[in-house]
Design a protein around this ligand. Structure first.
Ligand code: PHE
Length: 369
């Protein structure tokens, strides 16, 4: 019997050693240790043996079972390692290979500058409001103190949209400015408020500095004691942060808008050296926005009590300040969809405007309004 056992052991260990994969190994486990396996059958035959034989063969068979088990698990480990090594060989990647060229898009300067403007004004406590681009002439004109016969209606080069049948008056327009958002906001919100409203506006005009669609940002701050001084401070802080300057000089030039009283157009100091524009220094002035104290009639048209509340408003061309900041000479190219232009003037997607990403820290330092 012991001879038989050592033969069995030799045979088992040899076959285990030569197993090619895990399934063969499992088959061998069943052949030797399964219910009807050769080792198990031998164990079962112990029952018919004498006590002496049992005491002699029992431990030998147990040791055999352990040895086979152990060599199976060792072989299993070895096979696993082998298969991982093989996979690693097959899946080897040459990380020094140049990667495939990918075309990246860019952020359009208008989007970038809008985000910059929003970041700066939100640090000054303004939130963003929006309104529709197709506007009724009441919101675009009447509510802003521009009645139908007012000459300012002509100045706006308005795109009219055919009105309802039976009426000879156009009822809708493509908004000519962002000022109607002031009315919509005041109508549906409690005062006080501090908002900006960036968006598209439309006027029938086309040359180097005008396109039929362009972008404005409206500003509106209403409270019980807001004055022109607040307007001046906010605009100065904005210009410092936006143009990344330590100091800016703004000029408030008396002007007229039907919806503000008094009204002022605001110029920023600049220079033209060798045909190159520099903002913030020099002896020239460049107009950047229109502003003023909101006209009491406008407050009343929006349901705000003008004996209790007052405030300032301004409207600024986003494309215009983008041209000034990034030196883009022709507004028309903004909307040509020319990839060469977009790649030249566009911004990287990771260049997210924020006061921390470098527009300017001055606005952070002076947010105590
Ligand atoms: N809405 C004016 C424009 O488009 C700008 C403006 C806004 C002026 C608010 C004063 C106050 O020209």
């Amino acid at each position: 019997m012991t001879d038989e056992i050592s033969k069995l052991k030799g045979d088992a260990l040899l076959r285990i050693r030569d197993a090619q994969d895990e399934s063969q190994l499992e088959e061998l486990r069943i052949v030797f240790l399964g219910k009807k396996g050769s080792v198990s059958l031998k164990m079962r035959s112990l029952g018919k043996m004498s006590n002496d034989d049992k005491a002699k063969l029992g431990p030998v068979l147990n040791a055999l079972k352990n040895d086979i088990n152990q060599s199976i698990s060792e072989k299993k480990r070895e096979l696993r390692k082998q298969s991982i090594d093989e996979r690693l060989k097959g899946e080897w990647i040459d990380v020094t290979q140049p990667s495939k060229e990918r075309k990246w898009g860019t952020i359009h300067p208008v989007s970038q500058v809008t985000d910059e403007v929003v970041a700066i004004f939100s640090s000054l406590g303004f939130s963003v409001a929006e309104g529709p681009q197709i506007e009724s002439d009441w919101y675009n004109f009447d509510a802003l103190n521009i009645p139908p016969e007012h000459p300012a209606r002509q100045e706006f080069d308005t795109f009219y949209i055919a009105g309802e049948q039976k009426s000879d008056r156009a009822s809708n327009v493509l908004r000519t400015h962002t000022s109607p958002v002031q009315i919509r906001y005041m109508e549906s919100n409690q005062m006080p408020c501090r908002i900006i409203a960036p968006g598209r506006v439309y006027r029938s005009d086309y040359d180097q500095t005008h396109t039929p669609m362009f972008h404005q940002v409206e500003g509106l701050a209403i409270d019980k004691n807001i004055t022109m001084a607040n307007l001046k401070w906010v605009l100065e802080e904005f210009c410092k942060a936006f143009f990344e300057l330590e100091k800016v000089e703004l000029r408030f030039r008396s002007s007229h808008f039907p919806f503000t009283e008094p009204s002022a157009e605001v110029d920023i100091k600049c220079s033209w050296d060798d045909g190159k524009l520099k903002v913030g220094e020099g002896s020239d002035w460049l107009e950047i926005l229109g502003s003023g104290m909101v006209h009491p009639k406008v407050l009343e048209a929006s349901g705000v009590d003008s004996t209790e509340y007052q405030g300032f408003a301004f409207g600024m061309g986003i494309d215009r300040i983008a041209m000034l900041k990034y030196g883009m000479p022709d507004l028309r190219s903004f909307f040509d969809n020319d990839l060469r232009w977009l790649h030249h003037y566009g911004f990287s997607t990771i260049d997210v405007p924020g006061l921390h990403s470098g527009i300017s820290e001055t606005a952070i330092k002076s947010t105590e309004i």
